[in-house]
Design a protein around this ligand. Structure first.
Ligand code: ZN
Length: 185
């Protein structure tokens, strides 16, 4: 077994040994809200937004973008599980600002290995073969955090499967301070 698997299972053992009342939590989020945010490892929504198990839905992807799949989750979150207030939270220093669709497609066409980055941008040092499947994916990169938040809040609010009365709040999380900065819509 890999060291990571051992570490994860040891942490889980400790967690489960003190599970207590959490066994009886209902499925619908107790505080009735959902957060769409980036998968960035520095962001911990439970910490930055004060969540406990059972409180809220957290939907994460690269960038915290309002992709079709993120909207699928939000619609389920409201329609079947009753959330009625949503947050879109992007963040400073997001990796999604460091490349474009073309850069990602070219890297993947060259190889599937992890690329390297320096002051001149991304470089593919892998041995290949790569794949052109990346050409068919919209990577939803970010040029400006406030703009990407506004654009995603807008897309969610205007979506035909999203009721008008759900407030959608836009914020940028500051990786240097841990603070949420409001993005006025
Ligand atoms: Zn990010």
């Amino acid at each position: 077994m890999s060291t990571i698997v051992e570490e994860v299972l040891a942490a889980n053992e400790a967690y489960a040994s003190d599970f207590g009342d959490k066994a009886n939590l209902p499925m619908p989020p107790g505080r009735g809200f959902a957060i769409l945010t980036c998968m960035d490892a520095r962001l911990d929504p439970a910490q930055y937004a004060g969540l406990a198990e059972g409180d809220a839905h957290v939907i994460r992807n690269a960038g915290g973008r309002a992709s079709d799949d993120a909207i699928r989750s939000l619609v389920i979150s409201h329609k079947l599980l009753g959330t009625n207030e949503w947050f879109v939270i992007h963040h400073t220093d997001c990796g999604m600002e460091t490349f474009t669709d073309k850069i990602m497609r070219d890297l993947l066409a060259n190889s599937l290995d992890t690329a390297t980055v320096d002051e001149n941008g991304w470089h593919d040092t892998g041995t290949g073969p790569g794949s052109h499947e990346g050409d068919y994916i919209d990577w939803l990169t970010i040029r400006d955090q406030a703009e990407s938040v506004k654009s995603d809040v807008n897309r969610i609010k205007k979506h035909p499967l999203v009721p008008d009365e759900i407030p959608v709040h836009g914020y940028v999380y500051d990786c240097k301070t841990g603070r949420l900065i409001e993005v006025p819509s």
